[in-house]
Design a protein around this ligand. Structure first.
Ligand code: MN
Length: 753
C-alpha cells in the first residue's frame, strides 16, 4: 500500500446513514457485556447528540464527520478496554470544539465527570512542533500536560483520537501529514509507551514512519511481506514440538506470533548498523495459558523448561519480568531459542492476565470509579503504579522551581522509560531509567543512602557517584557520614526522585543556616544590649557588603562576621565611618592570598570521586608535566598508596600510561563552577624591544588581573623568551590571556607549557 492511494470519496447519504447505524451497533456489541441498560441509555444519548451536532459536516476524506468519534469510541472500548464514561466522552470529544454545544451544555446533560474530561480534551488543541521556539513550545506542552493529567482517561481518549487520525492520515495534504506524523512520534508515542499500550504504540510509530520516512518504511515493509511465508513455516516447525510436549504435560497454550514492527526493525538496523537480513529476532512467538493467578509462575517456568529441553537457548537473553514487572506493568518470561532452521526465536511466556496488561496496558487494569461498570481485573498493584506515575508527573508540574523547559525534559524522561535492571548485593532487582547513575540508585534505595553516598562497588569495582549503571550491574552503595549532597549532583542524577531529594536537601540546609544565623545574631544583639530590628540588621548587611541574605547568614554561622564586628558596626555613627569600614571589608575580600585560596580548595576533593577518608584515603595530585586546569579534559591514574595523578587527556605521558596501565585509569571530571586557581605556565617568544616586558606585565596584572608567580626573561640576538608561571582559574581565562599577549606588537608566539 502506498500513501494517498485512496480514491475520491463519493458521498451517498442513504448509504452513509446505514453505515453510521451499523458502526453504532458494532460499538454496542463490543460494549454489551460490560454495560447496564442505564449505561447503554447514556451512550445512546451521546451518540444521538454527537450525530446531530456534527450533522452535515464532513472530514477531509469526504466521509461524514461522525464516523470519526464513533471510531475513536470503538478504539477506546475495543483496544483499551475502557468503559461507559470513556466511550461517552469519546463520542462527544469534538463536540465542544467544533460545534455550537458548550461545555455547560455537556455538563447539564452528562454531569461533571464527563464535562471535566471533555474540557481536558478540548484544551489539547493543535500542537505545533517548532524547534526554533522551544521554550514557547515547552509552555504549550506544559498546558497540555496539565489538562491531560486531570484524568488518565483524557490521555487515553486523546491517544485513541490520534490513532484514528493516523489511520486516516492519507486524506490530509502532505505538509499536514508530516506535521501530524512528527508530533505523533514526539508526543503521543511516549505516552502510549508509558501507559503500556504496546500495540497502539507500535501502530503509531509505524504510521509516523510511513509519512516521515516513506522510502525506508516501504523498503522494510516490502521485505517483510516477501519473507512472510518463509517465516510462517519456520514458526510452525519451531512451535510444533513445544506444543506437543506441553500437551503431554497437560498444559494448554494459545500460540501466537507477532512480527516486529517496521519501525522497530528500522531502529535496530540503525542501532546495530546491520541489514534487514541480519536481524534475527524479527518475530517473537508467544505462549499464553489460562490459569489461576496463584499458579501462573509455576506454569511459566514449566513452559520455559520445555523450551530449554527442546532447543538450545541463549541464557544471556533470558528476561524475567515475572517477579519484577516493568514500570508500566508488563509481566512476562522471555527466552531466546535457536530454531532447527538456525534462526533465533524469542519466546514470550505468560498467562492470559499478563497478556491483557501487555497488550492493553496499565489502563486496562485501572479501576475507574465509574458507576455500574464491571471492573476488569482489580489488580491494585497495577493501578497503584499508574496512580503513582500520574501523581509523580503532577508533582513535577506543580513544583515551583521547574521552568517549562526543565519540566518538559523531566516529563519526557518520565515517559521514555528505557529501563535498566540492576541488583542490590542481596540480589534484589531494581528498575531505573537508562542513563541512571550510582547516585540515582542510592536515592532509589533511600534518601539517606543518597545523601551520604561517596561511590559504589559495581560488580566489585569501586566507582564514583556519577558512574552510569548498566543492565545487570550489581551495585553496593558506599556511604560516609561525612558526605553531604553537592549542588553539582543535580547534573549527575537523572531520576526526578534523586533530583528532588538533592534540591530538598539544599533548601533545608539553607533554611537551617538562616535560622541558626538569625539565632546567633539575636544572641549577639541581646548580649550587646541592642534592639534586634530591621534597621540595625540592614546596617550590618550594608557594612559587610553582603549581596544576599543567604551569604550573610552563612557568614554569621561560620564566624566570618563575628560578635566584635557586629559591635563595631553598630557603634558607627556617620556615613564616613561606614564608608571606611566598607572599604576595609572589600580590601579584605580582595587580599585573601591566592595561596590561601588554593590551599583551602585543595583540601576539598576537586573531582568526582567523592571518596573520602572514611572509606579509603584517596588523594589526587595534578601532574606537573601538563598542569591541567579546570575545564581541561582530564584523566586520573591510580598510583601507589592510593593517590591519583591527574593529567590532561592530551598529555604525552597520560597517553603512554593509558596504553600501558588501562586498568588504572580513573575517570575524572572537574567540579563545576569551582572558584580555584591553578598554577600554569606560559612561554612567550618575540623580538626584543623597549617596553616589551612592561606591556606583558600590564596585560597579565592590570588587564587580566592575574597573579604572576614567576617571570623569567632571556634575550639573545634580539630574540626574547619569557617564561611565566601564574595562577589562573580556567582554560577559558588562559586562552583569553594568550590571545591578549599575542596581540602585543612584535610578540611572535605564545604557548602553554
Ligand atoms: Mn478528534
Amino acid at each position: 500500500m502506498t500513501p494517498n492511494s485512496s480514491s475520491a470519496y463519493v458521498p451517498n447519504e442513504e448509504l452513509e446513514n446505514k453505515t453510521i447505524v451499523r458502526k453504532y451497533y458494532d460499538l454496542l456489541k463490543v460494549l454489551y457485556h460490560r454495560t447496564t441498560p442505564a449505561d447503554r441509555k447514556l451512550i445512546r444519548k451521546a451518540f444521538v447528540l454527537a450525530t446531530n451536532a456534527h450533522n452535515g459536516v464532513r472530514r477531509k476524506s469526504g466521509e461524514p464527520y461522525i464516523y470519526h468519534p464513533i471510531e475513536v469510541a470503538m478504539i477506546c472500548c475495543e483496544e483499551m478496554n475502557l468503559g461507559t464514561t470513556s466511550v461517552v466522552c469519546a463520542l462527544l470529544h469534538d463536540v465542544v470544539e467544533d460545534t455550537e454545544y458548550t461545555l455547560e451544555d455537556i455538563r447539564e446533560i452528562f454531569g461533571d465527570t464527563v464535562a471535566e474530561i471533555i474540557d481536558g480534551l478540548t484544551k489539547i488543541s493543535d500542537l505545533v512542533i517548532d524547534n526554533k521556539n522551544i521554550s514557547l513550545q515547552a509552555e504549550n506542552y506544559k498546558k497540555i500536560f496539565l489538562s491531560m493529567l486531570k484524568d488518565v482517561r483524557v490521555i487515553l481518549i486523546k491517544l485513541a483520537d490520534r490513532l484514528h487520525n493516523m489511520r486516516t492520515l492519507d486524506s490530509m495534504p502532505p505538509e499536514k501529514q508530516l506535521k501530524i506524523a512528527s508530533e505523533t512520534s514526539f508526543f503521543y508515542v511516549p505516552f502510549a509507551h508509558r501507559l503500556g499500550l504496546y500495540s497502539i504504540k507500535s501502530e503509531l510509530e509505524d504510521y509516523a514512519m510511513r509519512y516521515t520516512n516513506p522510502t525506508e518504511y516501504y523498503a522494510i515493509a516490502d521485505r517483510l511481506k516477501e519473507t512472510e511465508e518463509q517465516r510462517e513455516t519456520l514458526i510452525q516447525d519451531f512451535v510444533k514440538p513445544i506444543v506437543e510436549e506441553l500437551n503431554k504435560e497437560g498444559i494448554q497454550v494459545e500460540v501466537s506470533s507477532r512480527t516486529k514492527s517496521v519501525y522497530s526493525i528500522h531502529q535496530k538496523m540503525i542501532r546495530k548498523n546491520i541489514p534487514f537480513d541480519d536481524i534475527y529476532d524479527i518475530f517473537a512467538v508467544r505462549f499464553v495459558f489460562d490459569s489461576p493467578e496463584s499458579e501462573e509462575f509455576e506454569i511459566c517456568w514449566r513452559i520455559y523448561k520445555v523450551v530449554c529441553l527442546l532447543y538450545q537457548t541463549n541464557p544471556s537473553r533470558d528476561r524475567n519480568f515475572l517477579m519484577h514487572p516493568k514500570a508500566n506493568g508488563y509481566q512476562s518470561l522471555h527466552v531466546t531459542a535457536m530454531s532447527k532452521a538456525g534462526r533465533w526465536v524469542e519466546v514470550q511466556i505468560r498467562s492470559k492476565r499478563m497478556d491483557v496488561i501487555a497488550e492493553k496496558g496499565l489502563a486496562a487494569h485501572y479501576r475507574y470509579k465509574e458507576e455500574n461498570e464491571e471492573a476488569n481485573v482489580t489488580d491494585t498493584d497495577v493501578s497503584d503504579k499508574l496512580e503513582d506515575w500520574l501523581s509523580k508527573t503532577r508533582e513535577i508540574l506543580n513544583s515551583k522551581d521547574a521552568d517549562a523547559l526543565e519540566f518538559l525534559k523531566e516529563v519526557r524522561l518520565n515517559l521514555e522509560l528505557k529501563e535498566i535492571y540492576v541488583f542490590t548485593p542481596k540480589g534484589d532487582m531494581k528498575t531505573l531509567p537508562a542513563g541512571s547513575t550510582v547516585l540515582d540508585f542510592a536515592y532509589l534505595l533511600h534518601t539517606n543512602l543518597g545523601d551520604h553516598c561517596i561511590g559504589a562497588k559495581v560488580n566489585y569495582n569501586i566507582v564514583p557517584v556519577d558512574k552510569e549503571l548498566r543492565n545487570g550491574d550489581q551495585v553496593e552503595v558506599i556511604t560516609s557520614k561525612k558526605q553531604m549532597p553537592k549542588l553539582e549532583w543535580i547534573e549527575v542524577v537523572r531520576t526526578p526522585k534523586a533530583r528532588r531529594s538533592i534540591r530538598d536537601f539544599f533548601r533545608n540546609e539553607q533554611k537551617q543556616m538562616n535560622i541558626s544565623g538569625e539565632q546567633m545574631l539575636r544572641e549577639y544583639f541581646s548580649q550587646l544590649g541592642v534592639e534586634y530590628n530591621e534597621e540595625n540588621l540592614q546596617k550590618i548587611m550594608t557594612a559587610t557588603l553582603k549581596k544576599s541574605p543567604e551569604e550573610f547568614w552563612n557568614d554569621i554561622v561560620t564566624h566570618k562576621i563575628t560578635k566584635d564586628r557586629v559591635q563595631k558596626i553598630l557603634s558607627m555613627k556617620n556615613p564616613k565611618e561606614m564608608a571606611e569600614f566598607q572599604k576595609k571589608v572589600s580590601e579584605e575580600i580582595a587580599n585573601k592570598s591566592l595561596d590561601q585560596l588554593i590551599e583551602e580548595q585543595l583540601n576539598e576533593t576537586p573531582n568526582v570521586f567523592m571518596l573520602d577518608d572514611d572509606y579509603e584515603q584517596i588523594k589526587y595530585v595534578l601532574a606537573d608535566c601538563c598542569n591541567p586546569l579546570p575545564g581541561d579534559q582530564v584523566v586520573g591514574f591510580q598510583v601507589a598508596d592510593n593517590r591519583i595523578v591527574i593529567h590532561q587527556t592530551s598529555c604525552r605521558h597520560a597517553i603512554e600510561q593509558m596504553s600501558k596501565f588501562g586498568n588504572r585509569i580513573i575517570k575524572t571530571k572537574w567540579r563545576k563552577g569551582q572558584d580555584i586557581a591553578f598554577l600554569s605556565g606560559i612561554r612567550i617568544t618575540g623580538f626584543d624591544r623597549k617596553g616589551m616586558i612592561k606591556e606583558i606585565v600590564d596585560v597579565v596584572s592590570s588587564q587580566m588581573d592575574l597573579n604572576i608567580r614567576l617571570l623569567n626573561i632571556e634575550s639573545k640576538n634580539n630574540v626574547f623568551t619569557g617564561t611565566m608561571m601564574l595562577y589562573i582559574q580556567s582554560v577559558r581565562a588562559l586562552t583569553n590571556l594568550i590571545d591578549k599577549l599575542k596581540a602585543i606588537d612584535q610578540v611572535e608566539k605564545v604557548e602553554r607549557i
